[in-house]
Design a protein around this ligand. Sequence first.
Ligand code: C2E
Ligand code: MG
Ligand code: MG
Ligand code: MG
Length: 275
Amino acid sequence: VTKEHHRSSYKLFEPSISENFKNMLTMESELRKALAHEQFELHYQPQKDLGSGKIVGIEALLRWNHPVNGYIPPDEFISLAEKTGLIIDIGEWVLKEACKQNKAWQDKGYEPVIVGVNLSAKQFNQKGLVENIESILEQTGLDARYLELEITESMAMSNEDYIIHTMKRLRKLGVLVSIDDFGTGYSSLRYLSIFPVTKLKIDKMFMDDNQKQNQAIVKSIIHMSHSLNMKVIAEGVETIEQLSFLESEKCDEVQGFYFSKPLPPAQLTKFFQVQ
Ligand code: C2E
Ligand code: MG
Ligand code: MG
Ligand code: MG
């Protein structure tokens, strides 16, 4: 079932507020069932290093494979999961699954890659997050340096002192930390320079070639990242022109439909090299 199909089937219920409310309650209870009935899946999108030409990372992206509506993209249920607190359990499942899968690929002899996992604000601010991640790494046997946690710019720029403290503890474990959707929020450059962040992810909105100033912004972000000793990756790379520009500006890595959309695990292995 396509996304369009899903959207239009929901439209049927949109007219009144009470219907919407009922709909949300239905969705909440379905979301609760989804974990127990193993309806969640992770798809992975490759990240290419422009220096070596190798796939060095993959981003884990959550999919809800609903028995009736088919694949539901995360933008349609993550915020409800946040509001209801379900994101804690879902997020823990995502972390475990991503680490387990990455370790399984390494055990098969593929060259190790870093798996990026998106964290929600509630999850990042949850007590015991660091201990939880430590125990997931232990259980799955994945080396900490192959896990990268992505937090959004807006998350990082609220509650900065606590975020820095948690990031430091995560870095001590050996886990990598990146700032996702960079450029869409309001960064304090002072904080950015003291965050123990390993990578900036330039938001895909800056890949839009119709906006003249975008190239200047992308250049600045690349230069700033390097000055701050961070790596930088461009998201949403769809065309050869975008790729050439990023190459000429010495962007470290790229991710986008030009190389691959997010894929189920079995289909991703064609990007991997055997050591
Ligand atoms: P994100 O972390 O910024 O992920 C990148 C999004 O851009 C993904 O959408 C991906 O499919 C899409 N994308 C990748 N390449 C291209 C491209 O070349 N062009 C375009 N137009 N889009 C591209 P997706 O999978 O629908 O995820 C949307 C957002 O949902 C993610 O944005 C992330 O914020 C959130 N999300 C996904 N998985 C999780 C998760 O496990 N936990 C949490 N808390 N949030 C998640
Ligand atoms: Mg992300
Ligand atoms: Mg992003
Ligand atoms: Mg995003």
